[in-house]
Design a protein around this ligand. Structure first.
Ligand code: G1P
Length: 302
């Protein structure tokens, strides 16, 4: 019997090393894409999908994330007094996200690796399935990615991975699922996940894109991993290892997500995400399209 998904975890304790020196003082989750920091896109996606309990797992130097979502009635009152209603509304709306999403923060503790924040947060969750979303993917989708994952879970009562088709030579950047069966509408039965394979060893043409429905059984597998974490090749706890331990003997699914996906995790893809968001902006987009043509046009570099 499937349970309703109400809770989500956003692991946000990483160093953002692929984006250094940009991320030396600014958490990668706070880098802007369009008119919002990356993590706000994820929080809005969750709130729009009916999630009412969001845990952001942070490390010591990520206070900017909390500052961003914290309601600031004094600033709102000042802006209203000055007649700056649109700005006041915008600030108020961001603060409101932490109420509707009931955002809480947890400090990561335990071995390195992306399984640790999930285990830390799961302590408070009991026997419920949860959503785990990495904060460095931005989706532009009619139905939010989180909602598409929830629907797949409701249809299967099993763990689900968010997937997107990828270019063959991107396989070394992503987990690549082993697909056993295609049920249509993007729902796939999967039997494992190969982490960052060489293109010739990639078991399918899909990438796992940092969105997961994690059930209590996967949490149990993560706990098992911690018993042997020191045996792991890098001494880290990985969600992928728990997924593989689970999928070896039990049913698990992938959901190919409908929508546009922007990975902000490395310099080129981050710039692409910013560029796409800028071009899509109704106010500035037309001028930026023009500028792109001018810069790319004949004689532009002379
Ligand atoms: C992690 C996962 C990988 C997934 C990727 C998506 O890798 O381990 O399976 O494809 O996120 O962003 P990371 O990017 O943390 O190395």
């Amino acid at each position: 019997m499937s349970k309703t998904i109400r809770r989500a975890v956003i692991p946000a304790a990483g160093l953002g090393s692929r984006l250094l020196p940009l991320t030396k003082a600014t958490p990668k989750e706070m880098l802007p894409v369009g008119d919002k920091p990356v993590i706000e896109h994820t929080v809005r996606e969750l709130v729009a999908s009916g999630i009412t309990d969001i845990t952001i797992v942070v490390s010591g130097d990520k206070s900017l994330i909390q500052d961003h979502f914290r309601p600031n009635p004094a600033l709102v009152a000042q802006l209203r007094k000055e007649g700056k209603t649109a700005y006041a509304d915008a600030v108020e709306e961001v603060g409101e996200l932490s109420r509707s999403g009931h955002i809480t923060y947890l400090h990561q503790h335990g071995p390195y690796g992306n399984g640790t924040p999930v285990l830390n947060a799961a302590r408070n969750f009991g026997d419920e399935p949860i959503l785990v979303l990495w904060p460095d993917d931005v989706f532009v989708a009619g139905v939010p990615r989180a909602q598409q994952l929830i629907r797949a879970y409701e249809a299967t009562s099993c763990p689900v991975l968010a997937l997107m088709p990828m270019a063959a030579n991107d396989s070394q950047r992503y987990g690549v699922p082993v697909v056993k069966e295609d049920f249509g509408d993007g729902l796939l039965r999967i039997t494992g996940l190969v982490e960052k394979p060489n293109p010739r060893d990639a078991p399918s043409g899909y990438a796992a894109i940092g969105g997961y429905v994690v059930t209590p059984d996967i949490i149990d597998e993560l706990r098992e991993q911690t018993k042997r974490w020191y045996e792991h090749r890098t001494g880290e706890i990985y969600l992928t290892d728990a997924i593989n331990a689970y999928a070896g003997s039990r049913a698990m699914y992938g959901q190919v997500i409908q929508g546009k996906w922007y990975d902000t995790g490395n310099p080129l893809t981050y710039l692409i995400a910013q560029f796409a968001a800028a071009l899509a902006n109704p106010e500035y987009g037309p001028r930026l399209h023009e500028l792109a043509r001018e810069l790319g046009g004949p004689g532009a570099s002379e």
